[in-house]
Ligand binder design. Structure first.
Ligand code: ATP
Ligand code: MG
Length: 346
């Protein structure tokens, strides 16, 4: 890492020798799906050897939607096991659960003091998830991006590998961190979103104007990482297309088919052009059939590994160790923040 990069990202003095730091999270808000994998978690696994990586099950974020005790417990365990099955290796990163490190919630409160109401109101995720019913949604849904900012800046994060839907939240994080630094002195690194060119925005199978989402009430709209092969085949055969029959990548005019082509390209070693050429003049049937097999082949090894990890029962020990390692860093940062703001830190 060069000194110039350090200055550009706003790294505090004394960290120039360190590898760049990566932080990212996934909510235990439902079924971990193919979009989460292609847009984010696959990149966590690929990049953990290159960067100093911290990955988190952001359970406090899941409180922004309605939860039950049972769904929370089940989702934390299954999402965490799936992250490990997808290749995230605790030997090469810190992997923990957000609520186990109380500094996230505390820093969120502090950062709310440098976040503007109007900024949060402009967040498109809030508009999408509140569905125009702002009066009835929880305040946690509104302040969610501040907690996300706290998650990120708590660890001197340079890069945040996420799907395209998170770009606006990372920009807000930079604004909040910059404003804090201006007011109280250089404290936080200004992070950058790391959004890949491919796979960063996988759309729903039932509506290509919406991204594939864990919290969707229609299980047919997403491919869950743990869906059985026959369920995957059925979901893909039922995926909405259009009244044409041309397998052509044209997101403007053929958003549904283009989304399926993207998924196919990401789950195989074929390029978009090769896929278009292969199915020319054949209609959607053979294309969808082969696409389903490509998805099954991508998910099968992850599913096998998932069941091995579950049986091993190693998850809680992994998360406990991750919590201890994350807490050391979070504690140091929060103390620094409080000192800068004039709190008495004993
Ligand atoms: P929810 O609907 O509860 O918000 P989600 O599917 O959006 O769930 P998150 O836990 O919010 O999942 O996001 C985890 C990561 O997956 C983030 O980096 C996010 O950008 C990425 N991601 C989410 N949906 C997609 C998608 N459809 N395509 C690509 N990446 C995605
Ligand atoms: Mg989301």
């Amino acid at each position: 890492m060069t000194a110039t990069t350090t200055t550009q990202t706003g790294s505090p003095a004394g960290t120039t020798e360190r590898r760049q730091r990566v932080f990212s999270g996934i909510q235990p808000s439902g079924n971990f799906h193919l979009g989460n994998y292609l847009g984010a978690i696959r990149n966590w696994a690929n990049q953990q050897y290159q960067y100093e990586s911290i990955f988190c099950i952001v359970d406090l974020h899941a409180l922004s939607l309605d939860i039950t005790r049972e769904s929370m417990m089940q989702n934390i365990t299954s999402v965490a096991n799936t992250v490990l099955a997808a290749g995230v290796d605790p030997e090469h990163c810190i992997f923990f659960v957000q609520s186990d490190v109380h500094e996230h919630a505390e820093l969120c409160w502090i950062l709310q003091s440098v976040t503007r109401f109007g900024e949060l109101r402009r967040m498109t995720q809030f508009k999408d998830k509140s569905g125009g019913e702002e009066e009835g949604v929880s305040a946690a849904l509104f302040t969610y991006p501040v907690l996300q900012a706290a998650d990120i800046v708590l660890y001197d994060t340079h890069l945040v590998p996420v799907g395209a839907d998170q770009r606006q939240h990372i920009e807000l994080t930079r604004d909040i961190a910059y404003r804090f630094n201006q007011r109280f002195g250089q404290t936080f690194v200004l992070p950058q979103a790391d959004i890949k060119e491919h796979g960063a925005r996988i759309m729903s199978l039932d509506d290509a104007s919406k991204k594939m989402s864990k919290s969707s009430s229609n299980a047919g709209s997403y491919i869950a990482m743990l869906d059985a092969p026959d369920v995957i085949r059925k979901k893909i055969s039922r995926a909405v297309t259009d009244s044409g029959r041309e397998v052509k990548f044209d997101p403007q005019n053929k958003p549904e088919v283009s989304n399926l082509i993207s998924i196919y390209a990401e789950c195989s070693d074929k390029t978009i052009a090769e896929i278009e050429a292969q199915y020319e003049g054949q209609g959607y049937g053979p294309f969808k059939k082969d696409l389903a097999e490509a998805v099954v082949a991508t998910l099968e090894p992850i599913q096998i590994r998932y069941h091995e990890i579950r049986q091993s029962g190693e998850l809680y020990e992994v998360l406990k160790q991750g919590k201890e390692r994350a807490a050391v860093q979070a504690d140091a940062m929060l103390k620094q923040v409080k000192e800068k703001m004039g709190f008495i830190v004993l």
